[in-house]
Design a protein around this ligand. Structure first.
Ligand code: RUB
Length: 412
């Protein structure tokens, strides 16, 4: 076959027929050459011409570079490049985010965004509950959800974990969760923890307060559904899964299994390894889109530039990717977490809007008055933001918020 080009720069991206990816490319090569190398490697080409590539394969399966603007390269992949029917994120990622990261001709390349045509979206089921379903389970239709991560992230035994959850709920929190490193350690066996937490949640319910706690079931792929079923049997009201370490298939397996009847809270630990560098890796946005497709009901998206994690303040495409109506799936509850405390709640909500779950670990457990007072401080901060009252003003007759503001201030 005569050498053909992957460049189709006079054409518009075709979002109905192709998987369309936006990459940020850094290279010493002319950008067209770099884009050509990327498109070739990820579809029908390799580093040299090959005798087995014919026109038909190239024309039907070759990736097409449809735009180059500055360092932004838009590549569309024919749907035929992807597995049929099964909704396979591993195979999708190998195409749109595979070998290209190692190409020597590119100094850096970052997948910034992806959009899927109906024929691929229809292979996925999306969330079973979604943001709305979680709100319904909690009887909280409008206000932001407010939660905690049990701290220290490892160390408390089941009874102390349950006590923490009970105090957090007594202080008004709607959500709590295991942290990403806690699953089934000897100091806090998952069966005993789940049962103890379920009892605490039942007690809160009897007292008129609805709350859910996500039990972390992150484990090896061949055991995760079985563990989730057990945990559910022990009384879990929500499951948590670390999507990057377990894989998107783990979220999908849980969400699509008919036996799983509770929402799935998706943590993204390890994402910083590839989201943090603005010139190389994968932005959070494609991950958000994939989690929604795979059925995550709530997903960490960072504190929108306000908390402890180095989240990009401009990365608010994730909110739209969780809540937008451009895909045929239920919405995902965006979770803002990581270094949150009462003094930054209003700033987060100003960026997120009311459809959000704000979580604080240290910002609850670090309160001078203890966990219940910490929970009250966070809840009051959310109430103030919901009512449009400045936190300092609201704190005048809410002592727990006042103490939190005195300890941590408004915004660091
Ligand atoms: C929260 C915490 C979580 C982060 C992860 O604890 O450490 O694991 O939410 O960050 P604290 P992200 O409230 O004490 O900081 O959600 O951005 O992935």
């Amino acid at each position: 076959m005569a050498q053909k080009s992957h460049l189709h720069l006079d054409e518009e991206p075709d979002y109905n027929e192709y998987v369309v990816c936006k990459y940020r490319v850094t290279t010493d090569l002319p950008m067209e050459k770099a884009a050509e190398a990327l498109a070739a490697e990820q579809s029908t080409g390799t580093w040299t011409g090959i005798s087995t590539l014919d026109d038909e394969i190239f024309d039907t399966l070759g990736a097409r570079v449809v735009s180059i603007e500055g360092d932004e390269v838009v590549v569309e992949f024919p749907v035929e490049d992807f597995s049929v029917e099964v909704g396979s994120v591993p195979q999708i990622l190998s195409v749109i985010a595979g070998n290209l990261f190692g190409l020597g001709s590119l100094k850096g390349v970052r997948l910034e965004d992806v959009s899927f045509p109906d024929s691929i979206n229809s292979q996925f089921k999306g969330p079973k509950f979604g943001a709305q379903g979680i709100r319904e389970l909690l009887g909280r239709p409008e206000k932001p959800l407010v939660g905690t991560i049990v701290k220290p992230k490892i160390g408390l035994d089941p009874e102390r974990t349950a006590q923490y959850v009970y105090e957090a709920g007594s202080g008004g929190l709607t959500n709590s969760k295991d942290d990403e490193t806690l699953v089934d350690q000897a100091f806090c066996p998952i069966d005993e923890r789940t049962v103890a937490v379920a009892e605490a949640l039942d007690l809160l319910k009897d007292e008129g307060h609805l709350m859910m706690h996500a039990i972390n079931v992150s484990t090896r792929g061949d055991r995760i559904v079985e563990l989730a079923e057990k945990v559910q049997g022990w009384g879990a009201t929500e499951l948590m899964v670390d999507v990057i370490t377990c894989g998107f298939g783990a979220v999908q397996a849980l969400a699509e299994d008919p036996s799983i009847k509770v929402p799935i809270h998706v943590h993204r630990t390890m994402h910083g390894a590839f989201t943090k560098d603005p010139y190389h890796g994968i932005a959070m946005l494609p991950l958000t889109r994939l989690v929604r497709m795979c059925g995550g009901d709530a997903l960490h998206i960072g504190t929108l530039g306000v908390g402890k994690m180095a989240a990009d303040a401009k990365d608010d495409g994730n909110l739209a990717a969780c809540l937008g109506d451009d895909v045929p799936f239920k919405t995902v509850m965006p979770v803002c977490s990581g270094g949150a405390y009462p003094g930054i709640v209003a700033d987060i909500i100003a960026r997120s809007g009311m459809d959000v779950q704000i979580q604080a670990g240290g910002g609850v457990a670090g309160h001078p008055g203890g966990v219940k007072a910490g929970a009250m401080g966070m809840s009051q901060a959310v109430d103030a933001a919901f009512l449009g009252i400045p936190a300092e003003e609201y704190a005048k007759d809410h002592p727990e918020l006042s103490e939190a503001l005195a300890k941590w201030g408004k915004k660091k």
